[in-house]
Design a binder for this molecule. Structure first.
Ligand SMILES: [Zn+2]
Length: 237
């Protein structure tokens, strides 16, 4: 089963304060030209998107410098919707999950405020101590259902820096995280393939693989891919 974790892109959509508006303009119509085509204009940090280290670090990598497998992997979600800030003590409760995954997503519930001014206000963020603890893990990326891992009035962007210095990708404006299981699933956050950019819109989605009990296989069966790994253990390894 696939779960779409992506907001739609449209004119008038929610944008980071100060970001130029999205343009989706029909430039060819079937009636006049026999085909339909749109011209689109948006910043690379529009909607559900990924930040590469080059977004804030002068010598940081751009997206094209990562192999495609950087954008997919085993993932877990950490519930944070009851918190004002996400501290190290909260993350430590999920250390087992963090240690067996490549992506950690933070469910704050802020997606419900998408399209309203409240989306930009007072959302839970990691404390710098929590971000530093998290960044010690060999993660490919982290994701948030908020506009940023730092508050919008932050001038230093401490959590961006801490994560980017470890080359951990940052996914922003995810949605539907409440639909994810509390066990491991597969996350895909595929950016549009742009050269030399520090970010790009993504189609982010989760793949939840449930295996009928009748298909279970004996232990010690060799595995060659993630789906088989689930068959062996009942959980992703
Ligand atoms: Zn961004």
């Amino acid at each position: 089963m696939m779960i779409d974790l992506t907001h739609s892109i449209h004119e008038g959509m929610t944008l980071y304060p100060g970001t130029p508006d999205v343009i989706l303009e029909k430039v060819f119509t079937i009636e006049e030209f026999g085909f339909m085509e749109h011209r689109m204009a948006m910043t690379t940090h529009t909607g559900t998107h990924v930040d590469a280290p080059g977004h804030l670090l002068k010598t940081g990598k751009t997206l094209d410098q990562f192999p495609i497998d950087q954008f997919a992997g085993k993932a877990g979600v950490i519930p944070c919707h009851h918190l004002k800030e996400i501290d190290k003590e909260h993350l430590e409760k999920f250390e087992m999950l963090i240690s067996k995954t490549e992506f950690i997503l933070f469910y704050t519930g802020w997606q419900k405020k998408w399209g309203t001014p409240a989306y930009f206000e007072s959302f839970p963020v990691l404390t710098p101590e929590a971000a530093r603890w998290l960044a010690q893990h060999p993660l490919k990326g982290v994701g948030f259902d908020t506009i940023s891992p730092d508050l919008t009035d932050s001038e230093e962007y401490p959590n961006h820096h801490i994560l980017m210095e470890q080359e951990i990708l940052i996914y922003e404006n995810l949605t539907q995280l409440e639909k994810l299981p509390d066990d491991v699933f597969m996350f895909y956050g595929m950016p549009v393939k742009l050269d030399n950019t520090e970010g790009a819109p993504v189609r982010a989605f989760a793949e939840i693989i449930t295996v009928p009990k009748s298909l279970s296989v004996p232990p010690n069966t060799s595995v060659c891919n993630v789906s088989n790994a689930i068959l062996v253990s009942g959980n992703l390894i």
